[in-house]
Design a protein around this ligand. Structure first.
Ligand SMILES: Nc1nc2c(c(=O)[nH]1)N[C@H]1C(S)=C(S)[C@@H](COP(=O)(O)O)O[C@H]1N2
Ligand SMILES: [Mo]
Length: 418
């Protein structure tokens, strides 16, 4: 009876240890890939590697449920074992809560189209909050375990004679000091690395979350790096904004350093398969008749900004002025960053009356961070279609895959239809 029980215990202990190790590695991979994904810094540098990282994050994220389920099968026994260790019980609950929360919100973010913008937005907030509360907790958890190793007397020794250890805090090896140096080094390096990588994104998140909505926009407007004169004068409809003011926060996305423009280096061109190529300087561009429209702005990474009042020149009006030739099949949009492009088919253009070549948002010039002085707005499609720093529209007879489409985003960008 005793040996039988001992054997089970022994096997069970080893299972728990390897579960813990596996889980640790999974969380580490998810933390690193996740941080790369939210860090703006990496966006341009990584380009299409970023899309692989996103897939790695999704695949490992889905796989992360396996150790959780496996643990839940062993949980009843473990729970009893932790009867007198309430702090460890709390730890188990916190970790399970984090893992399940990340998993659930991650699924919604992965299948954002199916769940829709409102759910994706909520999932992103949950994913973020769990990250900024959970990761520091997990880093703390790994570092305090190191402290226990420093004082082996405090360790709870369990039956593990002869088994090689994968987790020294559960099963201290014969020579804890030697293990300490190696593990401590790895863990501290990882911890410090995470903390350094996390720091700026964390502060950004805190700023965005606790600053009360529109402060982010106000900050971007105050720090606008564009030097365009004169500033556009808003239509009565956009100041005060007919949408009542946008709700939510933009995340500044760019694949290049943020370009800013002045009258000297800014121009706007419509060319390619047109009867009359157009070229505007800023003053001429501001003389084009504008309209104001309210729309929501949805990014495929989960966030949305609702009720934006955009003011600008309807794409259709610009195209009509240039006169599109019948051979033209695609409208190609170029960013003044020199890198980013996207396109709409002539059928899509014909189908949408609300595509704007925008110069104002909520009655203010569009700040350079958000794609000003001129940003394309395609309200019915995901925001990767909304080319920032738009400065050229070309009509072509072929097809064109935009920057993110080449790197794995869906060519079908409709928010409302599919
Ligand atoms: N030139 C350029 N335009 C761009 C992008 C970009 O990286 N560069 N990102 C796209 C994506 S994926 C989104 S969600 C929006 C983000 O706009 P924002 O930075 O103003 O929030 O811009 C779109 N247009
Ligand atoms: Mo996006």
């Amino acid at each position: 009876m005793k040996t039988w029980l001992g054997r089970i215990r022994k096997g069970y202990g080893r299972k728990l240890v390897s579960l813990h190790t596996w889980n640790g590695w999974i969380v580490l991979v998810l933390a690193l890939t996740g941080l790369i994904l939210i860090s703006g810094l990496w966006r341009g540098v990584l380009g299409e590697v970023r899309v692989w990282i996103k897939w790695a994050h999704i695949v490992v994220g889905i796989a992360s449920i396996v150790p959780v389920i496996y643990y839940l099968l062993l949980a009843a026994k473990h729970w009893k074992q932790l009867r007198s260790k309430s702090w460890q019980r709390v730890n188990v609950l916190i970790v399970l809560f984090l893992l399940l929360g990340w998993f659930g919100s991650g699924l919604v973010l992965w299948q954002f189209k199916w769940f829709g913008p409102a759910n994706a937005n909520m999932a992103l907030v949950i994913h973020d909050v769990l990250t900024w509360v959970g990761l520091p907790y997990i880093i703390y958890h790994s570092i305090t375990r190191l402290k226990w190793l420093k004082e082996p007397a405090k360790l709870t020794v369990r039956s593990n004679k002869g088994t090689p250890d994968s987790d020294t805090s559960l099963h201290p090896a014969a020579n804890p000091q030697a293990v300490y140096t190696r593990r401590a080094f790895i863990k501290l390096t990882i911890g410090a690395g995470l903390a350094i990588t996390l720091g700026p994104s964390f502060l950004q998140w805190v700023g965005r979350t606790f600053s009360g909505g529109s402060t982010n926009l106000e900050y971007l407007i105050e720090n606008d790096a564009n030097r365009m004169v004169p500033p556009p004068q808003p239509l009565p409809a956009s100041a005060p904004p007919i949408g009542g003011g946008s709700q939510g926060n933009f995340r500044v996305y760019t694949v290049t350093p943020i370009p800013s423009f002045s009258n000297a280096d800014w121009s706007f061109t419509v060319d390619g398969l047109v009867d009359q190529p157009l070229r505007f300087n800023w003053e001429a561009f501001l003389k084009l008749p504008r309209v104001a429209e309210v729309s929501d702005f949805h990014c495929v990474t989960g966030w949305s900004v609702y009720k934006n009042t955009w003011e600008g020149v309807p794409l259709k009006a610009l195209l009509a002025q240039a006169g599109v030739r019948t051979e033209a099949r695609t409208v190609k949009f170029y960013s003044g960053d020199g890198v980013y492009t996207d396109s709409l088919s002539m059928e899509q253009v014909a189908d949408m009356d609300d595509v704007l070549v925008a110069v104002m948002h909520d009655g203010q010039p569009i700040p350079s961070d958000l794609g000003g002085p001129v940003k394309l707005i395609v309200p019915q499609m995901y925001a990767y279609k909304s080319v920032k720093w738009l400065n050229r529209i070309e009509l072509i007879d072929g097809d064109h895959d935009g920057y993110w489409i080449v790197r794995g985003y869906a060519k079908d960008a409709w928010v409302t239809r599919s």
